[in-house]
Design a protein around this ligand. Structure first.
Ligand code: FAD
Length: 322
């Protein structure tokens, strides 16, 4: 096909997010013969990140550095992306379905009058054209979509497409595009970061999620211990967040984060449809609940009927021995 595919990368605290590499792998799936052009926005330190994109499969990378790109705003990123899109005229643009991806892509797609396929989990080829697979009805079904004319814009759900092997023998040009990012109406005055254990919930391979059954903020402590021994992150149901056992940034579900870890341990969560919308595509689901009739067991691969306050510490102790 020989498409030109622009992959917009994303970094957090100076480190490229894994979804950037997944987006490059998605670009390869869209067109194995494609010319993959990476793009990065920021205020500094983009050269090393650009090199990482090349090691992971980008053919070359365009960086846009500007003080107004230090923190994300849709206006500033929008201007930078539009400038690179105008220069490069790609056939397809790929980005992660992250908070930034969800925010900026519809705005750019509407400016470009292009189609946008959001939250794709896989890509197939039919009659030499890419077809995107995405969940619908809160993950109860999947649809296949293609854009038949003009530019294709797609966001990729994190943790679904395996990145290509990092290959440090790969080389490619890293160029800089000067963009006068101006007339920004949104001013970021301060960024208050939550203390975090370092594992990003939306990209975690293992998630231990607690629900209302955990009963208190203190009740979450054993879940953090289990997550730590598994190298995972802690998530929560809305029930637990509403009850103020934990912060809303941990909420998984229809109105929270959508996650696709390798292992999802649902602890004291009943399995409401709105919760399942955020986690039912996890590769392996383990449910721990004292009610054997609980709906969570209908989606679980493994179920433990029992009191979470006994099961979780016992599980943690056993895993520590391995
Ligand atoms: P509950 O339903 O109260 O379940 C608690 C479970 O804990 C029970 O199954 C119980 O058997 C078990 N339990 C209790 N004690 C123990 C124990 N000691 N050991 C083991 N198990 C125990 N919910 C989300 O999660 N995410 C969303 O994004 C979301 N979005 C929503 C959007 C809308 C528009 C609406 C209307 C609702 C939304 N909800 C969402 C809420 C959802 O409908 C449920 O109310 C919520 O998921 C219930 O949370 P829960 O499973 O923690 O609590």
């Amino acid at each position: 096909m020989g498409q030109k595919i622009l992959v917009i990368g994303e970094a957090r605290d100076g480190v490229l997010r894994n979804v950037t590499f997944e987006a490059i792998a998605a670009a390869k799936k869209i067109d194995t013969d494609g010319d993959i052009v990476g793009m990065l926005c920021g205020d500094e330190g983009l050269t090393d990140q650009a090199q990482e994109m090349i090691y992971h499969g980008a053919d070359r990378v365009v960086t846009v550095s500007h003080k107004n790109l230090k923190e994300y705003t849709s206006e500033a990123y929008g201007q930078a992306i539009m400038a690179v899109v105008n220069d490069e005229s790609p056939d397809t643009i790929v980005m992660g379905h992250t908070a930034i991806g969800k925010d900026v892509t519809p705005k750019i797609a509407s400016k470009l009058e292009s189609g946008l396929i959001s939250d794709a989990t896989d890509i197939e080829t039919q009659e030499d054209k890419p077809v995107f697979i995405r969940p619908i009805y809160s993950g109860k079904a999947f649809e296949k979509k293609a854009i038949t004319s003009g530019l294709t814009f797609v966001t990729i759900r994190p943790n679904n497409i395996k990145p290509l092997e990092r290959d440090t023998s790969r080389s490619g040009e890293v160029s800089t595009k000067d963009v006068d990012v101006k007339d920004i109406h949104t001013v970021i005055k301060d960024v208050i970061r939550k203390a975090s254990d370092g594992v990003d919930l939306s990209e975690a391979n293992v998630i231990v999620a607690g629900g209302r059954g955990v009963k208190s903020e203190d009740g979450f402590k054993p879940l953090y211990e289990l997550a730590e021994v598994l190298g995972g992150a802690v998530g929560a149901s809305r029930g637990a967040c509403d009850a103020e056992y934990c912060d809303y940034s941990l909420q998984i579900g229809q109105t929270g984060k959508v996650v696709t870890p390798d292992l999802y341990i649902a602890v004291g969560i009943s399995g409401a449809i709105q919760h399942l919308a955020g986690m039912s595509n996890a590769k392996v689901i383990v449910a721990i609940n004292k009610d054997p009739e609980s709906n969570i067991f209908n989606v679980a691969d493994y179920g433990i009927v029992g009191d979470l306050f006994e099961v979780i510490p016992a599980l943690t102790e056993e895993i520590k021995k391995v």
